[in-house]
Design a protein around this ligand. Structure first.
Ligand code: NAD
Length: 270
């Protein structure tokens, strides 16, 4: 039996690609396509919206059918609202939305006591491999290498720096003993802007339709080592979200990430 999937943010850039790929994937039936109540697509057939022809599935503002898993790519406020409903209805939830505050992230942990929740700032295999490697490289190179993270995204992206760039910094901090809350330098400007030892430089560029690029540069006197990832299309995130959704069904309650899905995380869910 195909997994009954609900897509939240169904008319968004990510929601539409997840819809197309889910309809082409035998593992899933798209059972619900959810958008904000004032979205002009309310009541429109989801299949027609995503260019697949009529699916007899109208875009709605909530779900009224039994779902087996939800995928959410919306805004932090919407994510938290739908997380409460998912918790009430015991539906596992994959969350791709970025820019969640510390208290919103705590809310994920609370919900994960009752339902399986997977949150990943980046659902691509390549970026998750970077998450795995970046701490090892930082620790191996040591304190004399200055670390600068640069990320580039399309002009419509709301949050900066990207959730992915912040997660890369978090992993470097965990591997090198830096204090994440006190070691980031966001851009530089002015006369007293010289580099402080142990800091991680963070630079966000917003331009055109760039899907997502991240580079971590480690430089000392004489050489630079760079780890870099470039997303060519949103489909890598949409495919990752669908893999995560298929994986999450039937799991115990807990807060998971993509490294769990990819078998690269040894630690249990939180
Ligand atoms: P988008 O603006 O194109 O789509 C978001 C959709 O959510 C919109 O259609 C909007 O109407 C809908 N929405 C907003 N509030 C809602 C509500 N209350 N109820 C239902 N729907 C609501 O944005 P996008 O490019 O699709 O990105 C969405 C989020 O996903 C962002 O936070 C982005 O940073 C993140 N993102 C994550 C990954 C990843 O791999 N984790 C990849 C790409 C984007």
């Amino acid at each position: 039996m195909a997994i009954k999937l609900g897509i939240i943010g169904a008319a968004g850039r990510m929601g539409r690609r997840i819809g197309v790929l889910a309809c082409q994937d035998e593992r899933f039936t798209v059972a619900c396509a959810i958008e904000r109540p004032d979205h002009p697509g309310q009541g429109v057939d989801f299949g027609e919206l995503i260019g697949l022809g009529k699916l007899d599935l109208s875009i709605s503002s909530t779900w009224s059918t039994r779902l087996e898993v939800l995928i959410d790519f919306t805004t932090p406020e919407a994510t938290i609202k739908f997380l409460s409903s998912a918790q009430k209805d015991s539906v596992p939830m994959v969350i791709g939305t970025t820019g969640l505050s510390a208290s919103q992230l705590d809310r994920l942990k609370i919900a994960a006591k009752d339902i399986p929740v997977l949150h990943a700032a980046n659902m691509s295999l390549g970026v998750n491999l970077l998450f795995h490697l970046v701490g090892q490289v930082a620790a191996a190179l040591g304190d004399d290498y200055d670390i600068e993270i640069t990320e580039t995204h399309h002009r419509f992206k709301k949050d900066a720096p990207s959730g992915t760039a912040l997660e890369l910094a978090r992993r470097i901090c965990a591997a090198t003993g830096r204090d994440f809350n006190n070691c980031l330098t966001h851009g530089r400007e002015g006369r007293e802007a010289d580099r402080q030892p142990g800091t991680i430089g963070m630079h966000a560029r917003r331009q055109g339709d760039v899907v997502g690029e991240h580079t971590i540069a480690f430089s000392t006197l004489g050489e630079t080592v760079e780890l870099s990832h470039k997303a060519h299309s949103r489909d890598i995130f949409a495919r990752g979200a669908l893999e995560a959704a298929a994986w999450l069904v039937g799991k115990n309650p807990g807060l998971y990430n993509m490294l769990h899905v990819l078998g690269m995380q040894n630690t249990p869910p939180t």
